[in-house]
Design a protein around this ligand. Structure first.
Ligand code: IMP
Length: 414
């Protein structure tokens, strides 16, 4: 049985939640391997809209095991709330939480807010960066210790870094007692669970959060998140071997969006951006912030491909481009008169790049009702062909709406 990685090929918000839920129809296990509740994965199913932040997007399917891997940073309060919300609509997903995943506590959120005053990354203020700082600084708290009353108290009492007074410790112990109890039965060695799933030849999906351009190493540093969002984050963040990832699927929006700070070379004029933002509902799932909008940036996409080696692209929100004339693809950057075909590492250089476009004809047809690739208008087919030609990656699937049935499969690669 296959194991697929579902990776964001841009700055997050590519629609990975919908795609993971769609592919989870046949999956046995869905695994998150990095990030925390900074993510926002929106799924429309069973007549409901679900906004998942920590739970893997297999949680809407009754048959999947949903793993929160060791590479994640978990806010127990948010997780509990998410589980309750699903219970409220009659869903009781099977959940396993890694005992090695790190815990986000209130002081991480406070520190995130404080840092933002001077750093201006435009974070989600969920405490992600400070929790990962504690992890690599070897001062963090892991889920296995969190759900053990004695270990949690010992951790708080031995803490030298967060200025915890006796009063604060007492408050933390009281606040978290119900969450320890609730989550304890789910906390286990999820790397072991995955090794058993592989032994049974089960179908496993690794669900990325954020996107490759927000990767701590390969993204637009420092305007990135604090985890490895690319496929390379999977073995480390799930406790599997790199050899166990069979196919890497890149989820890419038909255009580009970005929230938070940092340059967006392909950014459109606000009139066009507004049109796309409203049609594509381009507002953050986690923070509600309006997303910045750009043309599809193939320089960034090729960079993501180099890092991830995508077996196929899954193009999302294609229906949103109907009525946009002309369509444009960013095929290279101009940096003070020099053509750049690769994505620069320095934000200062990126900030001075301007796009070199390939211009294509647009289309007016409504794609949202289509059920087959062959029904696409010719201009839409040529847009896909141009992406394939420039990147060398086959487009394997297209999403033309938020519902499961608005998904067109193009090749038998999946
Ligand atoms: P953090 O992950 O909250 O530290 O935020 C760091 C950067 O990543 C900011 O620019 C955020 O807007 C961005 N970011 C974090 N999570 C997501 C996401 O799920 N989608 C899009 N951008 C995100």
């Amino acid at each position: 049985m296959p194991s697929y990685a579902i990776i964001g090929a841009q700055w997050g918000d590519e629609g990975k939640g919908k795609i993971t839920d769609y592919l989870a129809e046949k999956a046995d296990v869905v695994v998150r391997f990095q990030g925390g509740d900074n993510a926002g994965h929106t799924i429309y199913a069973n007549g409901h809209k679900f906004a998942l932040h920590l739970l893997p997007s297999g949680s809407i399917r009754p048959h999947t095991l949903n793993i929160l891997g060791n590479g994640m940073v978990i806010n127990p309060v948010s997780l509990s709330l998410e589980i309750k919300t699903l219970k409220g609509v009659g869903l009781t997903p099977t959940i396993a939480i890694s005992n090695r995943a790190h815990v986000i506590l209130p002081h991480h959120i406070e520190k995130d807010k404080e840092n933002e005053k001077t750093q201006n990354i435009g974070t989600t203020l969920k405490g992600i960066g400070p929790a990962y700082m504690d992890k690599v600084g070897r001062t963090g708290l892991r889920m296995g210790a969190f759900v053990n009353e004695a270990l949690f108290e010992a951790y708080l009492r031995n803490d030298q870094t967060h200025d915890l007074t006796e009063e604060k410790i007492k408050a933390l112990l009281d606040t978290y007692a119900p969450f320890q109890k609730e989550l304890a039965p789910m906390v286990q060695d999820t790397s072991y669970l995955l090794s058993e799933a592989f032994k049974k030849d089960q179908f496993i999906l690794f669900e990325g959060a954020q996107g490759t351009l927000l990767d701590i190493d390969h993204g637009t540093y420092p305007y990135v998140t604090s985890s490895a969002t690319s496929a390379a984050g999977i073995p480390q963040g799930a406790g599997v071997s790199p050899k166990q990832i069979q196919k890497v699927l890149g989820v890419v929006k038909a255009y580009t969006t970005r929230v938070g700070e940092g340059t967006l070379v392909s950014e459109m004029n606000e009139e066009l951006a507004h049109q796309i933002r409203e049609k594509g509902n381009e507002y953050g799932t986690t923070t509600g912030r309006p997303r910045r909008i750009g043309y599809l940036d193939l320089v960034a996409l090729k960079h993501a491909h180099r890092v991830n080696q995508f077996d196929a692209l899954i193009l999302t929100l294609f229906d949103v481009l109907s009525g946009i004339h002309p369509l444009k693809l960013v095929i290279a950057y101009d940096y003070h008169g020099t053509r750049l075909d690769t994505f620069p590492a320095e934000p200062e250089i990126l900030a001075e790049c301007t796009p070199i476009f390939e211009t294509l004809e647009g289309f007016d047809e409504d794609l949202s009702t289509l059920s087959d690739y062959n029904q696409l208008p010719q201009a839409a087919k040529l847009y896909l062909k141009a992406i394939e030609k420039h990147t060398g990656i086959p487009v394997g699937m297209i999403s033309v709406g938020k519902h499961r049935e608005q998904t067109l499969r193009m090749t038998n690669i999946l």
